[in-house]
Ligand binder design. Structure first.
Ligand code: FNR
Length: 181
C-alpha cells in the first residue's frame, strides 16, 4: 500500500474541507495508507527559524518526505490559497536545496459553499506546485460545492455520485504514482 499524506488548508473545527479529507480517507482506505498532517501548531514561516526548526514543522516535513504522494485539500480564500496551506507548502520547500515537493506526486481537491468550488484556489496552488517541481496529478479536477445535504450528521458524504467520483480521483492518483512516482 502506498503512503499518502493529506494536507488540509483549514484549521476550523467544523471545516468542510476536513470533512472532505475524512471522506477521502474512508473511501480510499483499501488502496492507500493515509496520514493526516496536523497544521494547527505550524508557525508562520520565518527564515530565522530554519537553523532550529520548530517540532511541528519537523513533524510536517517528515510526513511529506515519507509520503509516496500528497493530497492537498484546500478551501478558497479571496479567490486564492489560504495562508495555512501556502505556509505549509513553503515550509516543505525549505531550506534552499531541500525542497520536498521536487518530483513528489501531488493531487488536489476542495470544497466551498459557492459554485466556483475552490477552482481559483486550486489554479493558484497548481502554479506554486509546478514551480516547485511537483509531479502534479491534474485529472480529474475536484471542485465540490457544499450543497444542502452534502454531508450527513456524521460528516459522511451522502451522494453515491460524489463518492464514486472521489473513488475515481483516488484511483487516478494511484495510477499516476505508479507511472511517475
Ligand atoms: C472565504 N470563503 C470563500 N469561498 C469561496 O468559494 N471563494 C472565496 O474566495 C472565499 N473567500 C473567503 C475568504 C476568507 C478570508 C474566508 C474566511 C472565507 C468562504 C469559504 O469557502 C468557507 O468559509 C469555507 O467553509 C471555508 O472552508 P472550511 O474552513 O470550511 O474548510
Amino acid at each position: 500500500m502506498r503512503n499518502i499524506a493529506i494536507v488540509v488548508g483549514s484549521l476550523r473545527k467544523d471545516s468542510i474541507n476536513k470533512k472532505l479529507a475524512q471522506n477521502i480517507m474512508a473511501i480510499g482506505s483499501d488502496i492507500f495508507r493515509f496520514t493526516l498532517a496536523d497544521l494547527a501548531d505550524v508557525p508562520m514561516l520565518n527564515q530565522d527559524l530554519e537553523d532550529d526548526l520548530p517540532k511541528p514543522v519537523v513533524d510536517f516535513k517528515k510526513i511529506i518526505a515519507g509520503a509516496d504522494g500528497v493530497i492537498l485539500v484546500t478551501p478558497e480564500y479571496n479567490r486564492s490559497v489560504p495562508a495555512v496551506m501556502k505556509n505549509a507548502i513553503d515550509w516543505a520547500s525549505r531550506p534552499y536545496g531541500q525542497n520536498l515537493w521536487q518530483g513528489k506526486p501531488v493531487a488536489m481537491c476542495g470544497i466551498a459553499p459557492g459554485p466556483v468550488g475552490t477552482a481559483t484556489a486550486q489554479a493558484h496552488l497548481r502554479s506554486v506546485l509546478a514551480m516547485l517541481g511537483a509531479a502534479l496529478c491534474c485529472q480529474p479536477e475536484v471542485y465540490l460545492q457544499d450543497t444542502q445535504g452534502m454531508f450527513d450528521e456524521q460528516g459522511v458524504i451522502t451522494a453515491e455520485r460524489v463518492r464514486n467520483f472521489l473513488r475515481r480521483f483516488l484511483e487516478g492518483l494511484d495510477l499516476w504514482i505508479a507511472k511517475f512516482g
